[in-house]
Design a protein. Structure first.
Length: 396
């Protein structure tokens, strides 16, 4: 027997910083209601079918959190008792099931996430011992139930709140399953997908990355244009934590899996062939990684990956869109060499890519200045904790 399924449920999609608005648009497009962008997240309301659809088709979230309970939290006692009343734990957490608790935020007397998570764990195992005389084990790696606590201190004059949610994702949604091989400073797949979405590229004009590394930007672009649902993975649906929930509906889940699979097509949705997607990488070993990743993602035929120095790169007939995530000195690359790289990149695109757009992820304004180009848009983005800008240059 499963628990009674509500018509709608409150959810939070955890998003890369800077992609909240784009992530909210994606949620709306997949059927979510009452969507509201937040800091590093977006709130929405969904039914069970839409929740399944978000896990299978949404490209930008790290996780989708389903709210179980929300209650005032003036201290640890409120947290302890609030957790025990937040859900039907006889259904959600029988003692033979394992669980894990993650925590974020703060409330009075609850300023450390590890301590707050411990309080939730204690409340649950105490409830289990009282009900059954036994308790669940904690499994940090692959629990049957992954819980997330968020504490909000509230504005002045307001009572702090606790929100207890269950994570339907299991492993982070950004891990698509195709990228066993990656370069030195990999761009997360969901961030790459969001950057591509911000360009507005729709597959009708060429897309080029002259410094493509392990190919993540181009692979995510190809998957998006060809309707490859990220939750299906290279070999079939990945395992989701929500499949172990007490109200999981296998028939409805299979229906959404089939719907996600049906989105895949050999060309664009209007029947036209996709424009060329071309990447260039000088390092033979990294180039081999990019080709392996593209093959694992099932888009090897759609992405042309070339070897050689970008300074000699010849783009396909344009105009089109250039995307680039060059090194910016935080992790890899010598500063003097990088200034030369940026200067040469600016010269190359101005000489050979007239009429194109260049979108470049910059984590270092000094290096970006070596392009000798003026950006027409600057979108703040966080990449692995580095404050970056997704810059648009109109190449004349």
């Amino acid at each position: 027997m499963g628990i009674t399924e509500p018509d709608v449920m409150d959810c939070i999609a955890v998003l890369p910083p800077g992609l909240e608005e784009e992530g909210a648009r994606e949620l709306v497009g997949l059927g979510a209601q009452a969507v509201q962008p937040l800091r590093r997240a977006a709130r929405c309301r969904v039914d069970l079918a839409t929740l399944y659809r978000l896990h299978l088709q949404a490209r930008l979230p790290f996780r989708i959190l389903r709210q179980l309970g929300r209650f005032p939290c003036r201290g640890r006692d409120d947290l302890y008792w609030g957790v025990q009343e937040a859900a039907d734990w006889a259904q959600w957490l029988p003692p033979e099931h394992t669980f894990r608790v993650d925590a974020s935020g703060s409330a009075p007397g609850l300023n450390h996430s590890h301590y707050s998570a411990l309080q939730v764990k204690n409340a649950l195992v105490d409830w289990q011992r009282r009900e059954w005389g036994q308790r669940s084990s904690v499994d940090l790696d692959d629990p049957d139930l992954a819980l997330h606590l968020h504490l909000s201190p509230g504005r002045p004059g307001q009572t702090a709140e606790a929100t207890l949610s269950v994570d339907g994702s299991g492993e982070s949604l950004h891990r698509r399953g195709y990228r066993a091989a990656m370069g030195l400073a990999p761009l997360k797949e969901n961030l790459a997908a969001g950057l591509i979405a911000l360009t507005g590229w729709d597959g009708s004009v060429p897309l080029v990355d002259p410094l493509c590394g392990s190919g993540t930007l181009l692979i995510e672009a190809a998957c998006r244009a060809l309707g490859r649902a990220p939750g299906l993975g290279p070999t079939g649906p990945r395992a989701f934590a929500l499949e172990r929930w007490p109200d999981c509906d296998p028939a409805l889940w299979d229906q959404e899996v089939k719907a996600a699979r049906s989105l895949s097509q050999p060309g664009l949705t209007d029947g036209r062939p996709m424009a060329p997607i071309v990447g260039n990488e000088a390092d033979p070993e990294v180039l081999a990684q990019a080709r392996s990743n593209a093959a694992a993602a099932g888009v090897a035929e759609a992405v042309e990956l070339r070897g050689g120095d970008f300074r000699a790169f010849e783009p396909p007939q344009g105009p089109g869109v250039l995307v680039c995530n060059p090194p910016y000195g935080e992790r890899i690359g010598d500063r003097d060499e990088l200034e030369e790289l940026y200067a040469d990149l600016g010269r190359m695109v101005k000489e050979r890519c007239g009429g194109w757009q260049l979108w470049l992820l910059s984590g270092n304004p000094e290096l970006t200045g070596a392009l000798r180009m003026k950006a027409s848009r600057r979108i703040p983005i966080s990449n692995g904790g580095i404050d970056c800008r997704w810059l648009l240059y109109e190449i004349r």
